[in-house]
Design a protein around this ligand. Structure first.
Ligand code: CA2
Length: 149
C-alpha cells in the first residue's frame, strides 16, 4: 500500500471563496479538496488534505510526512514569503515537493516575488487558479510513476 500525498494549505486559505474572487475565484477550500480527491482517485493516489493558520502545525504535518507520505503539495500562502522554518522542515523531505499558488505571486506586490519554499520545491505551479490543485495531483502522480521500478 503506497503512502498518501500530503496536500498542505497555509493561513487564511480556509476563507477561500469568501473574498477577492478576482484573484482567487469563487471555489471554497472544500471544493478544492473534492477536486483533488477526484483527480487522485483517477490516478490511483491517496491524499491527505489539510489547512492550518499555524506555522507550527504545518511543520508538524511535514515532520509526519518524513516517513509517512509519498510526496507533498503545499500552498504555504503568506508563509511562502516569510518562513525559513517551513523551508527547513521541507528540506528534511526526500520525496517530491510541489509548491502551489492559486494566483501568480510574480505579478503582484514585490514582496510576493520572494519564496523561501522554492529552495526546497521539486516544481512550482502558480497562476492557474484553483485548477492548479488537480494539475499538481496529476504532476505528482507522474513523478511518482516515473520513480517506480
Ligand atoms: O496565490 C496563492 O495561492 C497564495 O499562496 C495565497 C496567499 C498569498 O499570501 C500568497 O502570496 C499567494 C493568500 C491566501 C489568502 O487566502 C484567501 C483567499 C481568498 C479569500 C480569503 C483568503
Amino acid at each position: 500500500m503506497s503512502k498518501p500525498v500530503l496536500i498542505l494549505n497555509g493561513p487564511n486559505l480556509n476563507k477561500l471563496g469568501t473574498r477577492q474572487p478576482e484573484i482567487y475565484g469563487h471555489a471554497t477550500l472544500k471544493d478544492v479538496e473534492e477536486m483533488c480527491q477526484k483527480r487522485a482517485e483517477v490516478r490511483g493516489l491517496e491524499i491527505s488534505f489539510h489547512q492550518s493558520n499555524s506555522e507550527a502545525e504545518i511543520i508538524d504535518w511535514i515532520h509526519d510526512g518524513i516517513e509517512g507520505c509519498s510526496g507533498i503539495i503545499i500552498n504555504p500562502a503568506a508563509f511562502t514569503h516569510t518562513s525559513v522554518a517551513i523551508l527547513d522542515a521541507l528540506n528534511i523531505i526526500s520525496q517530491p515537493i510541489i509548491e502551489l499558488h492559486i494566483s501568480n505571486p510574480h505579478k503582484r506586490e514585490s514582496f510576493r516575488r520572494v519564496s523561501y519554499i522554492t529552495y526546497a520545491a521539486t516544481a512550482s505551479i502558480c497562476g492557474l487558479g484553483v485548477n492548479g490543485y488537480p494539475i499538481a495531483v496529476d504532476a505528482m502522480a507522474d513523478m511518482l510513476d516515473a520513480k517506480r521500478p
